[in-house]
Structures are given as structure tokens and as C-alpha cells.
Design a protein around this ligand. Structure first.
Ligand SMILES: Nc1nc2c(c(=O)[nH]1)N[C@H]1C(S)=C(S)[C@@H](COP(=O)(O)OP(=O)(O)OC[C@H]3O[C@@H](n4cnc5c(=O)[nH]c(N)nc54)[C@H](O)[C@@H]3O)O[C@H]1N2
Ligand SMILES: Nc1nc2c(c(=O)[nH]1)N[C@H]1C(S)=C(S)[C@@H](COP(=O)(O)OP(=O)(O)OC[C@H]3O[C@@H](n4cnc5c(=O)[nH]c(N)nc54)[C@H](O)[C@@H]3O)O[C@H]1N2
Ligand code: SF4
Ligand SMILES: [Mo]
Length: 684
């Protein structure tokens, strides 16, 4: 039996995996002990990688829809027909008629996003979209605005941790373990979450009204400044705009924040004092959730500022700047601006180098309206947008308007059924590529490995880089796609990184490619306009937004829209993570399904009583956009008036409830949280 050391590409944690292979078949997986982050552990999903690989949902060969039915087709014919159609559409509507999309897998599966971008560059369309337009980019952008770089949380050395809209036990198990270890060692923990998540019982718990975290953060600044708890030397030397900030938050008292957030003023004061006086302190903010409400970007700015004024930047246990592996850039020059350039200037224009993706929040709207131009071809990979893209109705309207829709996925997904062509990609266990890639971005560990091919691609599936390469070559872009094997591709990516293929093969479980450096600011100025940490950002003002963080009401709150709240009085959260599933994936794995058989809506007993709803009953959840049904989980562990549903369930797709018109005005992200809803008792 051969043991291959690789990593788990199911989620961004990239835990180390020892894969046992016998006669070309994966027969067992276990965690790699020497992996510095996962340390030999796998979550329940990682334990079931064999079920993922050998899933009955695997797509075995390319298929084409003919008269509403899928028919098997050869790879050559599929690639040939798609290339011909793309060329026709390009000739008719211009290159920007093609939009491509990669899902969350395209974040940790580096080659997927890179080859997609290579192709769209060769084709000449600006339209590449990915979860950076709806997921974690806001947190990165807010930190770049503030620090001119992206310092990452380092809870492993923290003595005070603010778990702010993040439930790592479910979404980032290795982080959950670090937090628990730190608390056991004496660190203070404050959890700020409308849901009383289990880890919150280890410390102080604040239960805010959803979407009001910016107000709490502003009041914490007020306390820290009023009580002279800020790090005076650090602020004086390394920050810009402190006077403006002090003036700005003077009115933002804990009492005012209590009125907005419902968190008692005394609790806000207590949290501010603990946070400012414990060295080091670390805000662990939500990765997705904290970006997916109306005030997402400004709230993220507020967290950066709290870290800065308490001197918790580039010190052990604070937010630390970590070296990032410099992989080769496959992007080709782009002439046209991305969609969203004018509507969301902070997102697109803040940095000198614009982001290489459009505003995902506009993608389906443009497909539907054909404004500013028609998007008629759509190639989606590593995603299941029918279930995961907010505002399903709009997504369907957009898709209906297409003349070509290609879905690339190892599985026949709900989205795949809508496509004109489905192409079978292999999974990360069937190709060699980049592994452990995001550690520098999410863990402050500059660690990388080769993600190894464990078994040959199943059925007729192919690596995603090869699918784009074949399509590119067919379209006459062969010069841009010179690579022929997984190894050549990986070697090319690492060629700019300082890490050699020899380093990677000599260290199958991974290598450190750099060293994190504390107190970097003493050597390297912050890459902002002022060269300092920008508490106040004049560039934000130039781009039409407040240069200091603000509180903004959720679009459909009782304050912002009392009319809608009369009919839809509860507050909806969507997408709380469950460790068993990853977005819309793994729901078909029997062992995992046995743990959570049904989609459940979490409701407080007070809210349930209003509707006469009992625990375990099937209930309706409604918004002005649509309705779904889920089993009621009546629990004290959620704030009264708040209703929380998971995402990614085909039989109860919560994205039907969302409205793509409701966006964070700064980032352009569609709001997935803090929208109005109501419950309905079903009469059967
Ligand atoms: N098992 C599993 N892991 C995953 C994923 C998955 O689907 N399954 N998805 C991956 C992806 S794509 C992402 S982006 C990350 C997401 O990771 P995160 O965004 O960090 O999501 P969670 O860890 O679920 O924590 C979000 C918490 O925020 C709380 N919350 C909601 N609204 C508010 C609010 O207004 N204020 C405050 N203070 N809290 C609020 C929710 O109740 C929830 O407990 O997880 C990744 N990891
Ligand atoms: N309402 C609501 N909606 C949400 C969220 C929420 O919190 N609430 N979260 C949002 C966030 S943060 C994100 S990131 C998105 C995620 O949304 P998606 O990225 O659409 O989610 P997944 O279900 O993980 O889809 C991944 C797909 O990739 C396929 N896949 C797996 N491995 C490979 C591979 O190696 N190659 C290829 N080609 N495909 C592969 C899987 O079969 C699966 O179909 O969802 C968003 N949607
Ligand atoms: S947390 Fe689970 S799914 Fe994510 S990488 Fe680790 S084992 Fe895989
Ligand atoms: Mo995400």
C-alpha cells in the first residue's frame, strides 16, 4: 500500500492528508501529523474524502443538452462545439459577452481560477467573477485600506480573542482548536454573535442585533479614547488621522450603541476595557458573514482601527503580516474595466492595481438586463450557483437569457442540469497542483505543499487546467497554453516563488517558504498614501465614501424600512456553517447526512410562540423575494426575532429568499444577512 502525503482541497483550511492507495484505489485517509495547522486531524468531511471521490453523483463523460435531454458526447466534439459557439457569440456581441465564474473551490484550487483567467484574457473579455465579489475580499480590502497590506490574525499567541461573527468550530476547525487551547491557557474570550454558539460559553458573550457590529466597534473606540486606553506611542508614531477619529467617535457612546445593537452599554464598556488592556488582543472576525451585510466594509474598517489604536499590529498574537507565496501570474493584459468599476469605486479603484474580477453582485443583473451589454455565454466551474448565488430567481432569469451555458464540475449538480454542456472535471485527489496554498492568507503560516495526484482521473474526467487549455488551443490561443502535464503547470506556478519542485518533493507534507516577521513596521512603512496606518482614509473620501468607519442600518431594519418590517418582522441570517457540509457539497454522503438529515431553521422559543410553531415542525420562511420550508429548531441559543438558516440545501434553497438589489454600497456585496423575513405555520 502506498501512502501519499497531500492536503484536503475541500475547504480553505487545506488540512494535511495521508492518502492510502492500493491498486490505484484510495482505500483510507488520515490526517498528516506533521502538518503545522491541522496536526493530524481531519474534520468529518475530510474523513469522508473517499465518499467524495467515489460519489455516485460523479459526472462520467461530457454531455450536451439536446431537446431538453442530456446526451453523451466526446470530449473532442464538446470542445469543438463550445469553441465554435463562443466564436459566433464573440463576433456578434463582442468579447465581453462571455462571463466566467469560479466558486469557492477556485479560491483554494489555485489552478482553477488562474486558468480561467488566462482563458478569459485570451478571449478578450473582462468578465471573470468569483467569490471575491461576495465572500472574504471585503475583509482583505478593509485591511489594505487601513494598513496598505493584509495582516492576518494570529490567535495562537493571543491573550484576548474577540470572536466576532465567526464560528470556527464549524467553519475553520483548526482555528476553533487554537481558540480553545488559548482559553485553556488563560486567554480571555469574547464572542459577539446573535447565535449563542457553543464556544461562546468559554467566555463573555454579547448578543447583538444582526448588522449592528459597526456601532459596537465605534462605541468601543469611544471607551478606549475616553478612558485613555489607547497605545499612545504606537498611535503617535505609526497612525494617521487619530484626531479625526477621536472627534468622530465622541458622540458614539456605549449608550447610543446599546440603543442600536441591543447589547448593554456596560457590556460594551467591559469588552472595550478587556480588549484594550490585554496584550496581545486579536479580533477574529467572520470570513464571509462579516462582509455580507449592508455595512460590511465599514465594519471591517472599524475592526482594523480597533487593532491599530491598541497597538495589536505586527505583534505576536495580534494581526501579523505574513509573507505570501509569489506564484506565477497567468493573467493577460485587460483593456476594458470590470463590471462594477463605476458603481463600486472603492472596491475597484482603491488600489493602483484593480482587482482581476468584476462585482459578482452585478453579474446576474447584467445577464438579465443586458445593460451595459449582453452577456450571452457563461462558463461556470467549481461552483453550484443555483444553490449558492444569492437571489436564485434573478440567477434563473439571467441564465434564461444566455445562448451558451457550460458547467464544469466533477459532479452532476443542480446547476449542471441547467447548462447546455456539462464537462467532467476531476477532483483535487486526481491531479497534482498547489496545496496548502492559502496558509499565508488565512493562518499566518507561510507554508505550502504540492497537492498530489492520489489516483488517476476517474471516468473521462480531466484536470481543470487541461479543460481550459484544450478550449484555448481550439480557439487559436495555443501560444497562451503551452503546458502539457500537471507537473509542468505546477513547476511554472512555483517558478517565481523561490520554492523549487525539489523542495516540494523532498518535503511531501509541505515546506515553509518564508518567515513571518514581527514589528515589520519598524523597517517597512505601511503602503498607504501617508505611509502610516490610515485611521482616516482620504482616498475613501475621494471615492465617495466616509473616510472613517460608520454605522449604517441594514436595508430592511425597523429603523431603515419600517413598512417592510410590518409584514416581515423577523431578521434573517443565511449560511451559518455546519462542519458536515461545505456550501452545497457533501449532502449526499450518507454518514454525514445521518448527522444532519434536514435543513433546520433556528428560532428562539419567543419567536416560535408568536407563530405557534413547535420544535421539529416543518415551517415556512418568507421574504418579499420568495419562500422555502425547513424544520424548526426551536432553541434558546438564538436571539429572539432572529431566524437563521443554512445555505446549500437543494430542497430548501435559502438563496431564493435573498434580493440582489440589497447591497453593501461600498463593496457591492449582496446582503445575505440582516434582511427582513417572517415565519409561516404550515397547515397540512
Ligand atoms: N464546514 C464548513 N466550513 C466552511 C464553509 C462551509 O460551507 N462549511 N464555508 C467556507 C466559506 S466559503 C466561508 S466564506 C467561511 C465562512 O466563515 P464565517 O463567515 O466565519 O462563518 P461562520 O464561521 O459560520 O460564522 C459566522 C457567524 O456569524 C454570525 N453572524 C451572522 N450575522 C451576524 C452579525 O450581524 N453580527 C455578528 N456579530 N455575527 C453574525 C453567525 O451567527 C455565525 O455564527 O467558511 C468556510 N468554511
Ligand atoms: N445565502 C447564502 N449564500 C451563500 C453564502 C451564505 O453564507 N449564505 N455563502 C457564500 C460564500 S461565502 C461562498 S464562497 C459561496 C460558495 O458557493 P459555491 O462555490 O458555489 O459552493 P460549493 O457548493 O462549495 O460548490 C463547489 C463546487 O465545486 C465542485 N468541485 C469540487 N472540487 C472540484 C474540483 O477539483 N474541480 C472542479 N472543477 N470543481 C470542483 C463541487 O462539486 C461543487 O459543485 O456561496 C455563497 N452563498
Ligand atoms: S477542515 Fe475539513 S474539509 Fe476543510 S480542509 Fe480540513 S479536513 Fe478538509
Ligand atoms: Mo466563502
Amino acid at each position: 500500500m502506498e501512502v501519499i502525503k497531500t492536503d484536503c482541497g475541500l475547504c480553505i483550511n487545506c488540512c494535511g492528508v495521508n492518502a492510502y492507495v492500493e491498486n490505484g484505489k484510495l482505500v483510507k485517509v488520515e490526517g498528516t501529523k506533521e502538518n503545522p495547522i491541522s496536526k493530524g486531524r481531519l474534520c468529518p468531511k475530510g474523513d469522508r474524502l473517499m465518499d467524495m471521490l467515489y460519489s455516485p453523483s460523479r459526472l462520467k463523460y461530457p454531455m450536451k443538452k439536446v431537446n431538453g435531454h442530456f446526451q453523451r458526447i466526446s470530449w473532442d466534439d464538446a470542445i469543438g462545439e463550445i469553441a465554435t459557439k463562443l466564436q459566433q457569440l464573440k463576433d456578434k456581441y463582442g468579447a465581453h459577452t462571455l462571463a466566467t465564474w469560479t466558486g469557492s473551490v477556485g479560491v483554494e484550487h489555485f489552478e482553477m481560477a488562474a486558468f480561467n483567467q488566462r482563458f478569459k484574457g485570451a478571449f478578450g473579455t473582462p468578465n471573470f467573477f468569483n467569490p471575491e465579489g461576495m465572500c472574504f475580499r471585503t475583509r482583505i480590502l478593509a485591511r489594505q485600506i487601513t494598513f496598505g497590506r493584509y495582516p492576518v490574525e494570529e490567535p495562537v499567541n493571543a491573550n484576548c480573542i474577540l470572536l466576532w461573527g465567526r464560528n470556527p468550530d464549524e467553519s475553520y476547525p483548526p482555528v476553533g482548536r487554537i481558540v480553545r487551547e488559548r482559553v485553556e491557557a488563560g486567554a480571555k474570550l469574547v464572542t459577539i454573535d446573535p447565535r449563542r454558539i457553543p464556544i461562546s460559553r468559554l467566555g463573555i458573550y454579547l448578543q447583538p442585533r444582526p448588522g449592528t457590529d459597526g456601532a459596537i466597534a465605534l462605541a468601543m473606540m469611544n471607551v478606549i479614547i475616553e478612558e485613555h486606553l489607547w497605545d499612545k506611542e504606537f498611535v503617535e508614531k505609526y497612525t494617521f488621522g487619530f484626531d479625526k477619529l477621536a472627534e468622530h467617535v465622541r458622540e458614539f457612546t456605549p449608550e447610543k450603541a446599546e440603543m442600536i445593537s441591543s447589547v448593554p452599554a456596560s457590556e460594551i464598556v467591559r469588552t472595550a476595557r478587556i480588549f484594550a488592556t490585554t496584550k496581545s488582543a486579536c479580533i477574529l472576525e467572520g470570513v464571509g458573514h462579516m462582509n455580507q451585510f449592508a455595512n460590511g466594509l465599514q465594519t471591517n474598517r472599524a475592526y482594523s482601527i480597533l487593532m491599530a489604536i491598541t497597538g495589536n499590529v505586527d505583534v505576536p498574537g495580534g494581526w501579523v503580516t505574513c509573507p505570501q507565496v509569489r506564484l506565477a501570474d497567468l493573467r493577460l493584459p485587460q483593456e476594458e474595466n470590470n463590471l462594477g468599476w463605476d458603481e463600486f469605486p472603492v472596491f475597484h479603484q482603491f488600489s493602483k492595481r484593480p482587482p482581476p474580477y468584476g462585482s459578482a453582485g452585478l453579474m446576474t443583473e447584467v445577464m438579465k438586463t443586458e445593460k451595459p451589454y449582453p452577456i450571452k455565454a457563461f462558463i461556470s466551474s467549481g461552483s453550484n450557483p443555483l444553490l449558492t448565488f444569492p437571489d436564485t430567481k434573478l440567477f434563473l432569469e439571467g441564465i434564461k437569457n444566455l445562448e451558451l451555458f457550460v458547467n464544469i464540475d466533477p459532479n452532476m449538480t443542480e446547476t449542471g442540469y441547467l447548462a447546455d454542456y456539462v464537462l467532467p472535471a476531476c477532483t483535487f485527489l486526481e491531479e497534482t497542483g498547489i496545496g496548502g496554498f492559502p496558509y499565508g492568507i488565512s493562518y499566518c503560516e507561510p507554508y505550502v505543499m504540492l497537492r498530489k495526484k492520489v489516483v488517476e482521473p476517474l471516468y473521462e474526467s480531466k484536470p481543470i487546467w487541461l479543460i481550459w487549455t484544450e478550449l484555448g488551443r481550439k480557439m487559436g490561443y495555443a501560444e497562451h497554453f503551452p503546458w502539457n502535464t500537471d507537473e509542468e503547470v505546477a513547476e511554472h506556478f512555483f517558478s517565481t516563488s523561490g520554492v523549487t519542485m525539489k523542495d516540494l518533493t523532498d518535503h511531501p507534507a509541505g515546506v515553509y517558504f518564508g518567515k513571518k516577521e514581527y514589528r515589520l513596521f519598524e523597517k517597512v512603512p505601511f503602503a498607504t498614501t501617508s505611509g502610516k496606518i490610515e485611521l482616516f482614509s482620504s482616498r475613501m473620501v475621494e471615492l465617495g465614501h466616509s473616510g472613517l468607519p460608520v454605522h449604517m442600518e441594514p436595508h430592511q431594519s425597523a429603523v431603515a424600512n419600517p413598512e417592510i418590517v410590518k409584514e416581515y418582522p423577523e431578521i434573517l441570517l443565511t449560511g451559518n456553517r455546519q462542519v458536515e457540509y461545505i456550501n452545497a457539497q457533501m449532502h449526499d454522503v450518507t454518514a454525514l447526512r445521518a448527522r444532519i438529515p434536514d435543513a433546520e431553521v433556528e428560532v428562539n422559543p419567543i419567536t416560535a410562540a408568536k407563530y405557534g410553531i413547535s420544535h421539529g415542525e416543518l415551517v415556512g420562511i418568507e421574504t418579499p423575494r420568495g419562500s422555502i420550508r425547513m424544520k424548526a429548531n426551536v432553541t434558546q441559543d438564538i436571539k429572539p426575532g432572529v431566524v437563521s438558516v443554512p445555505h446549500g440545501w437543494a430542497e430548501a434553497n435559502c438563496n431564493i429568499l435573498l434580493d440582489a438589489q440589497l447591497k453593501d454600497p461600498v463593496s457591492g456585496y449582496i446582503t445575505m444577512n440582516s434582511n427582513a423575513c417572517r415565519l409561516v405555520k404550515l397547515r397540512i
